[in-house]
Design a protein around this ligand. Sequence first.
Ligand SMILES: Nc1ncnc2c1ncn2[C@@H]1O[C@H](COP(=O)(O)OP(=O)(O)OP(=O)(O)O)[C@@H](O)[C@H]1O
Length: 332
Amino acid sequence: MNVKELIRTINHTLKSHNLFPENSRILVACSGGPDSMALLYLLQDIATHRHTTYKIGVAIVDHCIRPESKEEVLWLQHQVEELGLPFYSATFDVPRLSKEHKKSEETIGRQVRYQWLNEIAQSEGYDYISVAHHKDDQAESILAHIIRGSGLNGLTGMSVVQSEYAIPVVRPLLDVTKEDLLAYIGTKHISYCVDSTNEDVRYQRNRIRHRIIPELEAVNPAVVDAIVRLGSSVNEDVMVISDLTSRTFDKLVSIGDDEVRISRRALRQEPLAIQRRLWQRLVSTIDSDLTLTSAHQEQLLDIVNTGEKKTFTIKSIKVIAQCDTIKVYCKH
Ligand SMILES: Nc1ncnc2c1ncn2[C@@H]1O[C@H](COP(=O)(O)OP(=O)(O)OP(=O)(O)O)[C@@H](O)[C@H]1O
């Protein structure tokens, strides 16, 4: 893809989601790596191409995982100041936090990064946070979910707009490949930092990127496109199932002050795919942090299929099925 086509493709992604209108303020999350440096320059090119005037700021988090990270923050600060843009940075001791919270460095790093980006975006008046995930990242993320044993929801991939936080996170590059971005960087002579851990196949993501995808490409050279298409079509189907689940939930479930109830017979008449999702919604109504494992789901589906009295405890919640009534409540 040449520069013109690249800009047209990204502009199309943004337009089809009504993103970055005139005068909006965008905080670009930039690691200093090739993808996010490309995003930074592309967003400026797109503003020129569209004759619009959105405003860009740049934010970086130093995760203290690599010895060179401090220097990279200073390098990026210099680049951003040369461009005359606002710059923000924060430092988190991710290795220490990872030990304290018993979570992987990747998970904790992502959590603190998005939380801080949101705080900065809110306090500095930005409308959007923008990140540089591209088509290859999308395919890797879907494959990672398949390998981990995800349900359908995990196969939908990342969305262009994610509204989970107060400030929406936007991914304008999901329709372009890493190769397109590297070609752009080469043409424009944009400098960037190289993350020394990117080649390390002890990290799951790198193993998928450097070992699994090339093997799959030997079978189908367009496998990245094929996986991304799978993600989009699953996404469409999941939206339909999710809508049907919501309507069934509203019809069948009665919500009390600290409990939810459903008829065992009515639940049994629903297809299994809906039953599973209804169970997740029933428990989430009581404890929004509780995600059912497939083992929990099997046990809960068993409750539906008998007429006997059954009691079941999952973490913070209790389920009692007696005669035709199933009651879900907090065990405390
Ligand atoms: N340390 C960081 N500070 C700010 N934003 C970051 C940082 N690390 C990642 N991001 C943002 O999150 C996106 C996804 O993170 P990921 O680790 O997958 O990126 P990456 O493949 O390393 O990309 P890049 O080539 O830009 O480093 C990046 O493209 C960037 O927009």
